[in-house]
Design a binder for this molecule. Structure first.
Ligand SMILES: [Fe+2]
Length: 246
């Protein structure tokens, strides 16, 4: 069983807490964790968790990037902490637990406060994905949602327009996957279109998904106390300006 989660925003402890719940309370065996972005790739947060507190994830963790990571530092931080988690890069296909996952981190542009330049899914990334034969992909993993499936904007964010990233409809048409999993919008979401079922996941402290070996995906609501420390909007702005480095 794969535990699927998203939007940790540097609160890495919740990964172990949800694994503990899945194994200890639901009595499941978790092979690994697939994380759908906004993991929180920030130097001081990672250093604090792995080096200072000497904590470890209890199962192997694989992640795609979201829009809230330190993109300048992402290559060397994923290398430095490679024994603790594995980055699944954009446009790549990874075999895990018998599935072939097409990985496409990043997000559509929202505004300069929320979306760093490197976070934006580009034409090149879409073209790289489309160059892969459909039979080489079982499940699509993205941080942002596809367009046209009706994911509502969060209250107050309606001015960003329709949710989803450009040309995602081409990916849906090309691959016609059985499953497409995403995060980013901080809400539970389910939608079926033809042979594809789309699932959206909220922040990790609200719950997680479970993927068995037969394309069955189940959403598990398991609310935990919301963290006090999340990277704030102002912090993100300062990171962007390189005034602070988290
Ligand atoms: Fe996000």
């Amino acid at each position: 069983m794969i535990l699927v989660t998203s939007d940790t925003h540097s609160c890495y402890d919740y990964i172990n807490k949800q694994i503990e719940y899945a194994e200890g309370v639901l009595c499941l065996s978790i092979a690994c964790v697939v994380h759908l972005g906004d993991f929180g790739i920030f130097r001081t947060d990672l250093y604090d968790f792995f080096n200072k507190q000497k904590k470890r994830f209890s199962r192997p963790v694989y992640f795609i990037e979201g829009n809230h990571e330190d993109f300048d530092a992402l290559p060397w931080l994923t290398k430095k902490y490679k024994e603790h988690f594995t980055h699944l890069s954009r446009g790549s296909v990874h075999s895990l637990a018998g599935y072939k996952f097409l990985c496409l981190g990043g997000a559509a542009y929202m505004d300069s406060m929320i979306t760093q330049r490197a976070a934006i899914i580009s034409e090149r990334h879409i073209n790289e994905c489309l160059s892969i034969e459909p039979e080489h992909v079982d499940i699509i993993l993205t941080h942002d949602c596809p367009v046209g499936i009706g994911v509502p904007n969060s209250p107050g964010l309606e001015h960003y327009g329709q949710t989803g990233f450009p040309r995602s409809d081409e990916l849906a048409e090309h691959f016609r996957p059985k499953l497409w999993l995403f995060g980013h919008h901080h809400k539970w979401f389910e939608y079926r279109d033809g042979q594809t079922t789309y699932y959206g996941l909220p922040e990790i402290w609200k719950g997680f998904g479970l993927l068995d070996g037969n394309y069955q995906f189940k959403m598990v609501e398991h609310p935990l106390q919301k963290p006090e420390k999340e990277t704030s909007l102002i912090d993100r702005f300062l990171i962007k300006l390189k005034i602070i480095n988290r």
